[in-house]
Design a protein. Structure first.
Length: 291
C-alpha cells in the first residue's frame, strides 16, 4: 500500500490527480472499491439467478451481532474480525441447513433469522456500549471510507483472491444449480455442495464489504448492478461483465464524489445511490425503447 500511496502522491504533485488522493484513507478506499466492485458485480448475477437477495441482506445485518460478540470476547472494537467472521458464517450455514430440512418458505425463514440476529445484536450492544465509540456503529451500518485501514485492505484482498480462485472454475456449475437443480443432478453435480459453497462465498464477501459499504447496504450492491445489467442484456457473458463493470463504477464514483464535493455522505449510501441511478436510467431506457 505504501507504493500505491506514493504513486498517488506523485499524481497529486504532477496535477493529474485530485488533492484528495494525498490522504491515505482515500487511496485505501479507492483500492478497496476496485477490489470489491468486480467481485460483488459477478456474484450479484448468481444472487439474482438463485433469488438470494434477501439472504445477503440478512447476513449483512447479522454483522452487527458478530461485531458485538467479537468485542465481548476481547477483540479490538475497531476490527473484531474473528467474531464478525465466525458469527456470520455460522448464521449463513445454519440458515441454509434449516432451509433444506423444512417446508417453511425461504423468505419467511430468512425473516425469522434476520429478526433473531438483530435482536441478539441489540441486546449484546447494551453490554459493549461502554467499550466502543457510538460512531463506530454508524460506520458498520452505513460504511465509511475513513475507517478503511491497511489491515482491512489485506483482509479484503485475500478474501477476493480466495473467492475468485473458487468462483472462476465453478461458476458454470453454480449457475446451473441455480437455474435448474434437476439438470445439474442429472449431470452428476453435487448440488448441495455447490449451494453451500455459494452461500459461503456470499457470506465472505459480505463480511469483507462491511467497512466500505455498511452492513445495511451491502446486500443492495450485490443486487442492483446485476438487476441493471439484466435490463440491458440477455447474454449471460455480457450480463456478468456488465454487472461487474457497473458495480465497480458505482464503488469508485460513490467513494470519490462525496470527497470531491465535500458532501457529508457515508460512502456506502453514496455507492448505493449511484448504483440506483444506473438502475433507474436503465429502466427508463427500456421503457422508452419498448414504447
Amino acid at each position: 500500500m505504501d507504493f500505491i500511496r506514493s504513486w498517488a502522491q506523485s499524481g497529486v504533485d504532477a496535477g493529474w490527480l485530485s488533492e484528495s488522493f494525498s490522504y491515505a484513507f482515500m487511496v485505501n478506499a479507492v483500492v478497496a472499491a476496485l477490489l470489491l466492485g468486480p467481485l460483488l458485480g459477478g456474484l450479484g448475477t448468481l444472487v439474482i439467478a438463485k433469488r438470494l437477495a434477501f439472504f445477503s441482506e440478512a447476513v449483512g445485518h447479522a454483522a452487527l451481532t458478530g461485531i458485538a460478540l467479537g468485542v465481548l470476547l476481547g477483540e479490538p472494537a475497531e476490527n473484531p474480525i474473528i467474531g464478525l467472521f465466525s458469527f456470520c458464517m455460522i448464521f449463513a450455514l445454519l440458515l441454509h441447513f434449516v432451509r433444506n430440512r423444512t417446508n417453511v418458505p425461504y423468505d419467511t425463514l430468512v425473516g425469522v433469522f434476520l429478526a433473531l440476529a438483530l435482536a441478539v445484536g441489540a441486546a449484546l450492544l447494551m453490554y459493549v456500549a461502554r467499550k466502543i465509540n457510538i460512531h463506530m456503529l454508524e460506520n458498520v451500518l452505513f460504511g465509511s471510507i475513513l475507517t478503511v485501514t491497511d489491515q482491512d485492505i489485506l483482509v479484503l484482498a485475500l478474501s477476493c483472491l480466495l473467492i475468485a480462485l473458487v468462483l472462476i472454475p465453478t461458476f458454470n456449475r453454480i449457475l446451473l444449480t441455480c437455474i435448474s437443480p434437476d439438470i445439474a443432478r442429472v449431470r452428476g453435480y453435487a448440488t448441495n455442495f455447490y449451494d453451500y459453497l455459494f452461500v459461503m462465498m456470499i457470506t465472505l464477501v459480505t463480511i469483507a464489504s462491511v467497512k466500505i459499504i455498511g452492513a445495511v447496504l451491502v446486500g443492495a450492491l450485490l443486487l442492483i448492478p446485476g438487476a441493471t445489467a439484466r435490463l440491458l442484456t440477455k447474454n449471460m457473458g455480457n450480463f456478468v461483465l456488465m454487472s461487474a463493470f457497473l458495480a465497480t463504477v458505482s464503488c469508485l464514483v460513490g467513494t470519490i464524489l462525496p470527497m470531491e464535493l465535500k458532501l457529508p455522505v457515508p460512502s456506502g449510501a453514496a455507492i448505493i445511490i449511484v448504483s440506483a441511478v444506473f438502475f433507474l436510467t436503465a429502466t427508463f431506457y427500456r421503457i422508452v425503447r419498448k414504447g
